[in-house]
Design a protein around this ligand. Structure first.
Ligand code: C6P
Length: 404
């Protein structure tokens, strides 16, 4: 039995009020809330062993280094990477994607083709456009369908001998669609293209196995899975990480430096120039432990109940339209009511203590496809409840009445 009341006790923020009303936090796809155990890890770091890592002989530095490297191993085990040095700790998904895009600038030639999906977050569009400008490579797009899925027939037709890279998110942030990444990866590999999967929205709900997926790169942010902001990961197969040049130059990423020549450190340090987010990395490890203690099977089952309940209750509201109706979805409901601007509904919901995101969700091409300025996005987590969904439904009804 999934004990949501007990789980809610782990999250101090869920006890607060907003505008005098109990907080209903449905903006989990933007960032998740932080359990006490992760907060305690952060406090412990700054209270007891705050220090720079990989540098000092002193005790604090060694303690911090050990904890940071333990966190890398937690990330490795969680994603089932073969080696800990295949995990690069970054500042988040955006940083990880830019690292790969920048590395490929030296590997691509004019006329090479890159494929992205139509369901991408801007983080997985703009770096590839910049890469195309630099190299003369051509960007191709897997189109989307009305229910917010990828048109896989067209994807297979887009693949050809010039295709060098394919990028897709695992789960769409704007619609919640779970993409068929196994099929995407297998088909790309058949023609020798590398694949990067953006797992920013999948990792709060699904435990990916990068070896079983046989994916070349997988990226995610800690703050979407109960960790802090400003830290994330890039998994890269060893062969690819060795092929790519370093992203930034600086301390930590070198083996030797002289004015004549610098040689680079081995993996993962080659990609980790400068002092990293040490506390964030350690807290990322604590967040992964926490999520696993709840259990991803239990999370998926419970969140799916919330999705089904939320979908059926919201659809009872006259004039409410849901965008993203694919059979495979995480607990994200993107919707509009009549022609009311999503921002206006979002502002009224806020007054009722309900946090949702409104707008294009950094996925403008999806909004262009539907010819809408944006949506209201309610994204659920395992610490939300059906009672909170009832409050949302009543709030939307009230907003509709006030704005019609
Ligand atoms: N999406 C949302 O509200 P960063 O900001 O680097 O941690 O993650 C960027 C990112 C990349 N890919 C996907 C699929 C994402 O959803 C996000 C972040 C948030 O949808 C904030 S814009």
């Amino acid at each position: 039995m999934f004990n949501v009341d007990k789980i809610r006790e782990d999250f101090p923020i869920l006890k607060r009020t907003v505008h005098g009303k109990p907080l209903v936090y449905f903006d989990n796809a933007a960032t998740s809330q932080t359990p006490q155990i992760v907060i305690d890890t952060i406090v412990d770091y700054y209270s007891n062993y705050n220090s720079n890592i990989h540098r000092g002989v002193h005790t604090l530095s060694q303690e911090a280094t050990d904890k940071y490297e333990e966190a890398r191993i937690k990330v490795q085990k969680h994603f089932n990477a073969k080696e800990a040095y295949e995990i690069i700790l970054t500042s988040g998904t955006t940083h990880s994607i830019n690292m790969v895009a920048s590395g490929f600038a030296s590997l691509l030639n004019k006329g090479d083709e890159i494929i992205v999906s139509a369901l991408e977050h801007h983080s997985n569009i703009v770096p590839w456009q910049m890469l195309c400008e630099k190299t003369g490579a051509i960007l191709k797009v897997i189109p989307m369908t009305d229910e917010g899925s990828l048109d896989m027939e067209t994807y297979h037709k887009l693949l050809n001998d010039n295709t060098k890279l394919v990028f897709s998110n695992h789960v769409s942030n704007a619609l919640g669609t779970v993409n068929p990444i196994e099929e995407i990866i297998e088909a790309a590999h058949k023609i020798g293209a590398a694949v990067l999967i953006d797992g920013a929205q999948a990792t709060p709900h699904i435990k990916p196995d990068v070896q079983a997926l046989n994916v070349d790169f997988y990226v995610a942010s800690a703050h979407k899975l109960c960790g802090p902001t400003g830290v994330g990961m890039l998994y890269g197969k060893q062969e690819w990480l060795e092929k790519l040049p370093p992203y930034q130059g600086g301390g930590e990423m070198i083996a030797t430096v002289s004015f004549e020549k610098t040689t680079y450190a081995g993996l993962p340090h080659k990609f980790e120039a400068g002092t990293p987010n040490i506390c964030g990395g350690i807290a990322f490890g604590a967040a992964i432990d926490y999520m696993n203690s709840v259990g991803f099977d239990a999370i998926a089952k419970y969140e799916n109940e919330l999705l089904e309940y939320g979908t059926s209750e919201l659809l009872k509201i006259d004039g409410l339209k849901i965008y993203g109706t694919s059979a495979e979805k995480t607990a994200v409901i993107s919707f509009n009511v009549d022609a009311i601007h999503p921002y206006d509904i979002g502002a009224i919901l806020d007054k009722l203590g309900i946090a949702v995101r409104t707008g294009h969700h950094c996925a403008q091409p999806i909004m262009d496809y539907y010819k809408i300025p944006g949506t209201i996005r309610a994204s659920f987590s395992f610490y939300n409840t059906k009672e909170e969904i009832d409050i949302l439904v009543e709030g939307v009804k009230r907003a509709k009445m006030m704005l019609s």
